[in-house]
Design a protein around this ligand. Structure first.
Ligand code: PLP
Length: 388
């Protein structure tokens, strides 16, 4: 018989069982939700560590953080009440005047937040073309830049940035690298193993997977003073994830690997179907061999390419909007990473001034039947453009 005692369990198993959770008193295999806002001191009037007040977190939130830390190969993870509050905590912890390098095109909410801090003179920002390492290297300031922000694949064009190469550039200048790989969750992208110092994910998306919470998570390979400072921003602003939402996140993560695999295979089928289609100018999807980011994505995201893609529709901006209007299966909604497929006109959602192609439709591919999804877009295109 093979000695299995030293065998390491797969992360797939660990996540499916929420780290083999068993409640000590009852044997329940599903954790309870700990909703308490405050915790009684003991008979000596001492705090019963580790919890004393909800802004520090609760056992439900800490359980969810432990699962994500294993997924990320992280020393620690911190959950926030939204992706935006996690990103804001990172920006907020920087000293006044810190130099930050960020992409010109990225998730519009984070971009707006970075621009707001810049216009308030809290930070100094230099921008680079997403995915372009030479451009990134050119704006990093030796000994001055404190944070390099990489979103990969980036919203909504799905440009891929080589995380290991970006880490080298950041570290050579003495900066930390933050990656936002929300589009390819940590069952696909191991950003910390590739060299990122802080890995961020909007856990609203694939980690939860059911479009019923907002959450954000930061993870680090090595804790230090900067991590303490970020923790203090969360504590003082009270942006820790609620226990109920942490519980939903734990439940959602149990099926993370299954959901992501199906979303990826659906997305690949849809991308292949519409590449070269008469009504589609371009399919933006790193899974296509023709995509400029394909080779990097191949090794960076574990051989899968994610469930996010964009279609640039031929014709007018109104034609693109009409394609959404005539879809009967895709939900015309923002967000991503849920089991249901969503479609949105990115220019309408991002607002005026955001650099995006007017014909670009962003698709979040869910776990439905791929042929049903393809048919839905096909029938919509034929209603917009007529059957040819
Ligand atoms: N980063 C990316 C890439 C996103 O797509 C989003 C949300 O869509 C966020 C950050 C912000 O996350 P949240 O909506 O959870 O605040």
């Amino acid at each position: 018989m093979v000695d299995q005692r030293n065998r390491k369990q797969s992360i797939v198993t660990r996540v499916a069982q929420a780290l083999h959770f068993v409640e000590a008193e009852t044997g329940a295999v599903i954790p309870s939700i700990q909703p308490s806002a405050t915790y009684a001191r003991d008979n000596n009037y001492e705090i019963r560590k580790p919890y004393w007040y909800r802004r520090d977190g609760s056992q439900t939130t800490v359980h969810a953080e432990a699962i994500i830390a294993e997924l990320e190969n992280a020393e620690a993870s911190l959950l926030f009440s939204s992706g935006m509050s996690a990103c804001t905590a990172v920006i907020e912890h920087l000293p006044t005047g810190a130099h930050v390098v960020a992409p010109k095109v990225m998730y519009h909410g984070v971009l707006q937040q970075i621009q707001k801090y810049e216009s308030n003179k809290r930070i100094v920002v230099s921008s680079y073309e997403a995915g372009n390492l030479a451009d990134l290297a050119a704006v990093v300031r030796d000994g001055q830049t404190q944070l390099v922000w990489v979103e990969t694949p980036n919203n909504p064009n799905w440009d891929v940035t080589d995380i290991a190469a970006a880490a080298e550039i950041a570290h050579a200048a003495g900066a930390k690298l933050l990656t936002d790989c929300t589009g390819t969750p940590p069952c696909m992208t191991k950003a910390l193993d590739l060299g990122a110092d802080i890995s961020f994910h909007s856990a609203t998306k694939y980690l939860n997977g059911h479009s019923d919470i907002t959450a954000g998570v930061l993870s680090v390979k090595k804790v230090g003073q900067f991590w303490e400072n970020i923790f203090w921003v969360r504590k003082l602003q009270g942006t820790v994830l609620h226990s109920q939402d942490a519980w939903l996140l734990i439940r959602g993560m149990r099926t993370l690997f299954l959901r992501v695999e199906k979303s990826c295979s659906n997305a690949m089928a849809i991308a292949k179907h519409f590449e070269g289609h008469q009504n589609i100018e371009t399919v933006l999807y790193p899974g296509l061999p023709s995509d400029p980011g394909h080779e990097i994505a191949k090794h960076q995201t574990g051989g899968q390419f994610g469930g996010m893609m964009s279609l640039i529709v031929r014709g007018t901006e109104q034609n693109a909007i009409d394609v959404i209007r005539f879809c009967e299966l895709f939900y015309p909604a923002t967000s991503l990473g849920g089991v249901e497929s969503l479609i949105e006109h990115r220019k309408t959602v991002s607002g005026e001034g955001f650099p995006v192609h007017p014909g670009l439709l962003r698709l979040s591919i869910g776990i439905e039947d791929a042929d049903d999804l393809i048919y839905d877009i096909e029938q919509s295109l034929s209603r917009v453009f007529g059957v040819t």
